[in-house]
Design a protein around this ligand. Structure first.
Ligand code: FAD
Ligand code: NDP
Length: 493
């Protein structure tokens, strides 16, 4: 650092973080004529993994996860294909080459890193591969390529995302990995313990199991907290049906490395009984934290929420008027890529054009990419009952048989969906929940319909596309109140 020189430049907008939210805001601001500088710097994970421009989603989140999920589903398809007449040599021995999958994913990610970089350059958004810290409310300091730069911004956007948390137990940091590492593993993960029971844990255990690895989930309370309880339990059952084990109401207490490189994990249950087993990999998926402490926010006067490290905002504005925040760094907002993107775009429009449109964080669709996916939009049954009372609601539900499942005789016992509506009038739809193949694709269109105040009458008046699984939503007629059997009778009824 003895060679450090100093420069100072001014911008309309400085963005800290080149992930989903930061890039979306930077591009929109530049479209509207703003002079923009974007900083992105990845601090290596404790296991030494780091990655390129694009943030969590591109490098260690949605994209590599979706590839692993798809790879695992392709395994199912190879099995099904034989029932449809495909003759696959040595089909009994199909197995995955982890290194081929890992390399294919990383080649794709590197190309995306490069495309984002070129896009920023073509748009004349200045990109600095440097870690930004606040000097004051308008000034960011960073060191890039040995040069210390002071960047002055009319507006500053904090879009630094989050990083995985580790439990405070012996061996966790030394021997455990997180989603920041799983996609980089040089060797196949082998027998894996996944600690946590939400999106990342269930998705990871799902694809690991599908790829042929033994997966166990250690759950301290319930699966998918915050989601519809009934749907979450069905997803758990589906994972169990596929061979994923669950250790219920358990917490790890220690991890040690044995002479044969296995990891001996000790844990206890809620009765304080102690257990242990050996694993090849221990994956922590126990939530994410925002590394706001490292931003030296106090120099700018930005406050974080009292009970943590995240930033509380009103319409993305922090307590310091020219400093904004979007994405995973926000307090009590969904940690999802499309949420970060839309919030970033709308903010840039408000800052650099006459827009007054604010981000609406309600009714956000989402999908858990477990082998049988779970997509939802709107309220859970519990939330709707709490808000409106059971008597004001009608809940339509049913199990269904995807046509594709018949020939390979794939189990459909967990293919289930439900619609939660108001009981009166045309029955305004409050929530839609779908478990089945491609649930994300199914829910997306219904989310648009719900923004337009979808009613149950609209659904039954809609013509189906037959034979699809999405049409099951417009065929639902059995209410929970009726007590009738929600199991499917036959096709095409
Ligand atoms: P990020 O994308 O995390 O970007 C922040 C960037 O800022 C990072 O590159 C970081 O290194 C950088 N940075 C941090 N501090 C500084 C600093 N001081 N200076 C400069 N740069 C800094 N969401 C979905 O919608 N669908 C999914 O299927 C999905 N799957 C996921 C799977 C996994 C395993 C994970 C971990 C997440 C998943 N998510 C998914 C969530 C999604 O990835 C995040 O919500 C999204 O990436 C958040 O975007 P962001 O812009 O807030 O932050
Ligand atoms: P979440 O914050 O969603 O869930 C954390 C999980 O870990 C919960 O099951 C929680 O249990 C458990 N947990 C928390 N602390 C401990 C602990 N000390 N010991 C044991 N278990 C613990 O985190 P994730 O890491 O799963 O995901 C982070 C976010 O990333 C998600 O909320 C989601 O927004 C986003 N994401 C989105 C995806 C998608 O859209 N498909 C996929 C993956 C991630 P408890 O319920 O008891 O608190």
């Amino acid at each position: 650092m003895s060679e450090v020189t100093s420069t100072q430049d001014s911008y309309d907008l400085i963005v800290l973080g080149g992930g989903s939210g930061g890039i979306a805001a930077a591009k929109e601001a530049q479209n509207l004529g703003a002079k923009v500088c974007l900083l992105d710097y990845v601090t290596p994970s404790p296991r030494g993994n780091k990655w390129g421009l694009g943030g969590t989603c591109v490098n260690v989140g949605c994209i590599p996860k979706k590839f692993m999920h798809h790879a695992s589903i392709l395994g199912d398809s190879i099995v099904d294909a034989q029932y449809y007449g495909w003759e696959i040599p040595e089909s009994k021995n199909i197995s995955l080459n982890w290194e081929t999958l890992r390399k294919a994913i990383h080649d794709h990610i590197k190309s995306v890193n490069w495309l984002i970089r070129v896009d920023l350059r073509d748009r004349k958004i200045e990109y600095i591969n440097g870690f930004g810290v606040f000097v004051d409310a308008n000034t960011i300091s960073t060191v890039a390529k040995g040069v210390e730069r002071k960047l002055v911004g009319k507006y500053i956007l904090i879009a630094i995302g989050g990083r995985p948390r580790y439990p405070d137990i012996p061996g966790a940091m030394e021997y455990g990995i997180t989603s920041d590492d799983i996609f980089f593993l040089k060797n196949p993960p082998g027998k894996t313990l996944v600690v946590g029971a939400s999106y990342i844990a269930l998705e990871s255990a799902g694809f690991l199991n599908g790829l042929g690895y033994n997966a166990t989930i250690m759950m301290r309370s319930v699966p998918l907290r915050g989601f519809d309880r009934q749907m979450a339990e069905i997803i758990k059952t589906e994972l169990e049906d596929r061979g994923v084990s669950f250790l219920k109401k358990c917490l790890p207490t220690n991890i040690e490395k044995l002479d044969d490189d296995k990891l001996k994990v000790t844990w206890k249950n809620d009765s304080d009984e102690v257990f242990s087993d050996n694993f090849d990999t221990v994956l922590f998926a126990i939530g994410r934290m925002a590394k706001t402490k490292e931003l030296e926010l106090e120099n700018a006067g930005v406050k974080v929420a009292a009970d943590g490290d995240k930033i509380d905002v009103v319409n993305e504005q922090t307590n310091v008027p020219n400093i904004y925040a979007v994405g995973d760094v926000l307090y009590k907002k969904p940690e999802l890529t499309p949420v970060a993107i839309l919030a970033g775009k709308l903010l840039a429009k408000r800052l650099f054009s006459n827009s007054t449109q604010n981000m609406d964080y309600d009714t956000i669709p989402t999908t858990v990419f477990t082998p049988l996916e779970y997509g939802s939009v709107g309220m859970s049954e519990e939330r709707a009952i709490e808000r409106f009372g059971e008597d004001s609601l009608e809940i339509y539900h049913g199990y269904y048989k995807p046509t594709e499942f018949f020939i390979p005789q794939r189990s459909y016992r967990n293919c289930y969906l439900k619609i939660i509506t108001k009981r009166e009038g045309d029955q305004y739809v409050l929530g839609m929940h779908f478990i089945g193949p491609n649930a994300g694709e199914v829910i997306q269109g219904f989310a648009a319909a719900m923004r337009l105040c979808l009613t149950y009458k609209d659904l039954v008046d809609t013509i189906g596309i037959h034979p699809t699984i999405a049409e099951e939503f417009i065929r639902l007629s059995i209410t929970k109140r009726s007590g009738k059997d929600p199991n499917p009778s036959a096709c095409c009824n």
